[in-house]
Ligand binder design. Structure first.
Ligand code: NAD
Ligand code: DAU
Length: 347
């Protein structure tokens, strides 16, 4: 039995991951989440009766509270999802990205190091089966932007372009440093754009579904020809599972969907699916510093750990559209208040 501290477990990927783990393993999960605008306990209401699950409202930057959690629950594993995650917000308000994503991660690393009583030199002797693991959930955005050709491997130099990706790249470097310096048993995963249930509707896919459904205009940045590699969130959870259980200590693993699409293609696909007209599309001013293309080389995780994506995009997007149609109440809850204020400022 493992005692896993999942941070940011009330967010999009974190809540999918908490459910995935409890469905597949007999582990205890302590979900530490500050419940920012992006965290929603509605995502996890089915788990309220599960004795293996505990929710704690708190901030990963609060060292004393994190220390108490490690002692109280004998934490042996950390999966760090907690972050400010939206690139546009990092452009209007970068500071919280740096404090949460970098200092928050360093606080967790520091407490893990002290609690697990690791010493320099330990790094070659530790395995997840017998010990501890700190898994940092990072992003392909740390590698920067690609042109028409090329693909990100784990060896691609980091070259982040937004305050968000700079904060994630910095956190990756701190995780690496705690491994090298203190022997902390770490992995870093870098995945591409996730989609699926419970994604906050500020991100492209849920925003477009929600706006189309209500016949609102669909803001497409610049020429809409920017390319992202789309990964279903459940495939991402399976990928993190593989790295958690089988990943070699100290290693970085890319997780991607082999599924490159231009933004405008996605928007048109959603419109077609919902039988809505393309006249809803509005080309708006481009995002400053907008990365043109991301593409992930999956070879390492597929060949070394046996993971590969199971969803085709056609299946995943169909199910995702249906999920948002079936969960209007959830959408209404998360799109009230702060979210609407933010968007009324932008458009
Ligand atoms: P999200 O914004 O949906 O969720 C983030 C969660 O973190 C929220 O529940 C929020 O309340 C919590 N949180 C924020 N600040 C906190 C703090 N200081 N202390 C504790 N909790 C805090 O994000 P997501 O899309 O689920 O992303 C999860 C992780 O995966 C992030 O680290 C992100 O960088 C990474 N990632 C996301 C994607 C994607 O496509 N969504 C792709 C690659 C990597
Ligand atoms: O690549 C992984 C990253 O994917 C994660 O690290 C981030 O946390 C996650 O937010 C996501 O970042 P993106 O910036 O790629 O995602 P977003 O959904 O914000 O935008 C996807 C693309 O769509 C991007 O090229 C910008 C564009 N876009 C987005 C929005 C919200 C639009 O054209 N219009 C929009 O309204």
């Amino acid at each position: 039995m493992k005692n896993i501290l999942v941070t940011g477990g009330a967010g999009f990927i974190g809540s999918n991951f908490v459910k995935y783990i409890l469905e597949n393993y007999n582990y205890y999960i302590i979900n530490l989440d500050a419940l920012t605008y992006a965290g929603n306990l509605e995502n996890l209401k089915d788990l309220e009766e599960d004795f293996r699950y505990t929710f704690v409202k708190g901030d990963i930057r609060d060292r004393e509270m994190v220390r108490q959690l490690f002692s109280k629950y004998s934490i042996d594993t950390v999966v760090n999802f907690a972050a400010e995650s939206h690139v546009d917000r990092s452009i209007t308000d970068p500071e919280v990205f740096l404090t949460t994503n970098i200092i928050g991660t360093q606080t967790l690393l520091d407490v893990a190091k002290d609690h697990w009583k690791l010493k320099p030199g330990d790094k070659y002797n530790r395995e997840f089966k017998t010990g501890f693991k700190f898994l940092q959930v990072s992003t392909d955005e740390v590698y920067g932007s690609l042109g028409k050709e090329g693909i990100f491997t784990e060896k691609t130099p980091l070259s982040p372009n937004s305050p968000y990706s700079a904060s994630k790249a910095s956190a990756d470097m701190v995780v690496r440093a705690y491994h090298e310096t203190f022997g902390l048993p770490v992995n870093i995963t870098r995945c591409s754009n996730n989609y699926g249930p419970y994604q906050f509707p500020e991100k492209l896919i849920p925003l477009i579904i929600n706006n189309s459904n209500h016949n609102k205009s669909l803001p497409v940045y610049g020429d809409g020809l920017q390319i992202r590699d789309w990964l279903h969130v459940k495939d991402h959870c399976r990928g993190i599972d593989s790295v958690l259980h089988k990943g070699a200590i100290g290693e970085v693993y890319n997780i991607g969907g082999n599924n490159e699409k231009a933004n405008i293609e996605i928007v048109k696909l959603i419109l077609e699916n919902l039988h809505k007209p393309e006249t809803l599309i509005t080309f708006v001013e481009d995002r400053p510093g907008h990365d043109r293309r991301y593409a992930i080389d999956n070879t390492k995780i597929t060949t070394q750990l046996g993971w590969c994506p199971s969803y085709t995009f056609e299946q995943g997007i169909g199910e995702t559209i249906q999920w948002y149609l079936d969960n209007e109440e959830w959408l209404a809850k998360v799109t009230s208040g702060e979210y609407l204020n933010y968007y009324s400022k932008m458009y």
